[in-house]
Ligand binder design. Sequence first.
Ligand SMILES: [Zn+2]
Length: 346
Amino acid sequence: MKATVFHEHGPVDVLKYEDSPDPEVKEGQVLIDVKAVALNHLDLFVRGGIPGLTLDMPHILGSDISGMIKEIGSKVPSNLQPGQRVVIDPGMSCGVCDYCVRGEESLCAQYGIVGEHSRGGYADLFAVEAQNVIPVPEHVELSFEQLAATPLTFMTAWRMLMPKAKAKPGDDVLIIGIGGGVALAALQIAKVAGARVIVTSSSDEKLEKAQDLGATMGINHKKNPDYHKEVWNLTNKRGVDIVVDSVGEATWERSLRSLTKGGRLVTCGATSGPKAMTNVSLVFWKQLEILGSTMASRSELRDVLKLVWNSRLTPVVDTVFPLSKAKEAHTRLAKGEQFGKIVLTP
Ligand SMILES: [Zn+2]
């Protein structure tokens, strides 16, 4: 098969489109004919090298995969059959620890992500455990590119806003840095939950597009660096109930200042750096909650997929590149120019 791989960690040039051996289909596994694979920031981090993460080289990236079942390994349940259209749950867990048994797979000590801890979908073919394979209902009219743009971002945003921050009708939600996949999924989920959404971006164009998707207000944080003051004005000096902040260091303090009393800041990442300053007085006096979230459980992914299958939530695709142009796709993601997911097609 053809695959885009890297033999060593490094800048975008380490990505090579080349012949690679077909994956072996082991017991309990399913072979997927990959139709599309979406990029995540994780891909850039894994390509560059993550301390403590040792990979079998050459490594194949790609966590968000859609395709057709090509072949079934032994001992795979009969609800999975060749020819089915599927998406892949990118979470991998042991299945037997206390966390897994209570359905909290993303807390499992063995938790891993397809494409990070194992070979992923930047390839013609991809083999995965049957439990990660989710058939797409026949009535769903999404393209393979849209399907690939769905699992990781929607599961992440769902766990942040619903099980963690408990968004509800009437809440005001502030989303920092609209344009990435998780932020756009969070915007749509907050709307479905009945919340009013304020978004920030350095681009007026992205703010306008976000308003088309249901954001009530947009703040350009480049032109208006004290955006927490603007949030204050927009909410009648109350502050927002929930902030979704995956930027970290650069925005953390202003995100905390944007919250109303009893508000919740929820984070799933720190793209600007992890060592943010927290004014503890603000936290106890305003009785704020700081909530961490990573990926989601298998059942939470199923919950959010139901809304995607019923067109209540729609994955947003920014651009589609052929798999051989993964370098160009990584460069676009690194620049942060995208509005929605960048997708590769083998
Ligand atoms: Zn486990």
